[in-house]
Design a protein around this ligand. Structure first.
Ligand SMILES: [Zn+2]
Ligand SMILES: [Zn+2]
Length: 391
């Protein structure tokens, strides 16, 4: 969108830029000063001189960007002033530490949302602080699921479906492989499933992220590594000269990133039932292409009603759409009489299904430290719509 005089955020090749404050928000190229909304790879990139983010996101950002990060943490609602721009961070409800960035300068207030979660139901992501609407003149919104087809069921009913699937697999002596994005989704599933059904195994790529949540005070049920569980049963089997059944693993819920599909790691589970948990599972085409037994619709992003609720609650007269379904959202906003446009960004969909081509499984990292490398579970930027056939 072409800038107007006095805009508090404009687009630049490096990312979203605040001219009076001389800093960037979630820049995709290295810059001197960055404000980072949350730890997802498309928003939190390495190489910046200084990083300002929510204090509670520090563990996640350091685990992904390196311990040497030049980090300044802010409590939600706390204000720092930089070159006359008052900066504060407010909960986005998306993942641990996720924040909307409020900028106030010269009597005007802008809010950049990063990614956020809100739905038609009065519920929030239990693993982070709930989305807080912030009044502003201009709201910069994501639009990942900005189509009317996206309407989330209450999360309790989705979790009940997942529990029922896990329970029936356990009764049939099969492990339940639930694939989900490692940061945010995995912890939300852990916090929400019924841990009394059986043991929970997590892929090694998820373990350090789970630890960052636990360190931040988010209660998660106990989890095991595949090695520990398989080792235990192997030892037991050797001792008993029993048939090669894996009693512990048989009733387990196994959480892993989508890239394990078809991998040697997954084959270690023997015969299993698999499922994928993502907002994209709302679309039949995405479910089919995923080739899993079940698809559970669970997202850390706002659905269509949630986006509309959030935008209205800001009272903003101007709205700029960053990533997702920009065109549809801009048209809807204009129909509401708002001044609407979009920014071209390089934010992706951390929640997307893996590409249709055979994904390469991420190597399971040695426990700890975790590598800063991200798992290849972003679909290609060139094909942001997971289901073009439905358009
Ligand atoms: Zn995100
Ligand atoms: Zn995003």
């Amino acid at each position: 969108m072409s800038p107007m005089a006095g805009d508090l955020v404009v687009e630049r090749p490096q990312g979203l830029y605040c001219p009076p404050g001389d800093f960037y928000i979630d820049p995709w190229r290295p810059v001197a000063r960055a404000v980072i909304t949350h730890a997802h790879a498309d928003h939190a990139r390495a190489g910046h001189g200084q990083v300002l983010a929510s204090a509670i996101s520090e563990g996640l950002l350091r685990s992904r960007l390196g311990a040497g990060l030049n980090f300044q943490g802010l409590a939600y609602g706390e204000t720092v002033t930089h070159k006359g721009v008052a900066i504060s961070l407010h909960p986005a409800g998306h993942v641990l530490g996720s924040a909307q960035v409020r900028l106030a300068h010269g009597g005007r207030v802008w809010v950049a949302s990063g990614d956020y979660f809100l739905s038609a139901h009065d519920e929030h992501n239990p693993t982070c602080a709930p989305f807080e609407p912030v009044r502003c003149h201009c709201f910069i919104t994501e639009s990942t699921f900005g189509l009317p087809v996206y309407r989330w069921a209450p999360q309790a009913s989705v979790l009940a479906e997942i529990n029922a699937w896990w329970r029936s697999n356990a009764a049939a002596g099969r492990p339940s492989l639930l694939m989900a994005y490692s940061l945010g989704k995995a912890q939300r599933l852990l916090a929400g499933v019924d841990a009394s059904i059986g043991p929970i195994v997590v892929h090694g790529a998820m373990a350090p992220l789970n630890q960052a949540y636990r360190d931040a005070g988010v209660p998660l049920p106990p989890t095991h590594t595949l090695d520990a569980l398989a080792g235990t049963t192997a030892a037991r089997r050797a001792a008993a000269h029993a048939a090669p059944a894996l009693p512990a693993l048989a009733g387990a819920l196994v959480l892993a990133p989508p890239a394990v599909q078809g991998s040697a790691w997954a084959r270690r589970l023997g015969e299993f039932s698999d499922a994928f948990a993502s907002g994209w599972m709302q679309l039949r085409g995405a479910r089919r292409r995923q080739g899993v037994d079940r698809g559970f619709v669970l997202s850390d992003h706002a659905d269509w009603p949630g986006l509309q609720r959030a935008i209205r609650a800001t009272g903003a007269e101007r709205v700029i759409v960053t990533h997702g379904e920009e065109a549809v959202m801009v048209r809807w906003l204009r129909e509401q009489g708002l001044d609407a446009g979009s920014f071209r960004t390089e934010f992706g969909h951390e929640d997307g299904p893996p590409a249709a081509t055979a994904p390469s499984a991420p190597p399971e990292p040695p426990a700890p430290p975790a590598p800063a490398a991200d798992l290849p579970d972003h679909p290609a930027r060139a094909n942001p719509n997971p289901d073009p056939g439905r358009r």
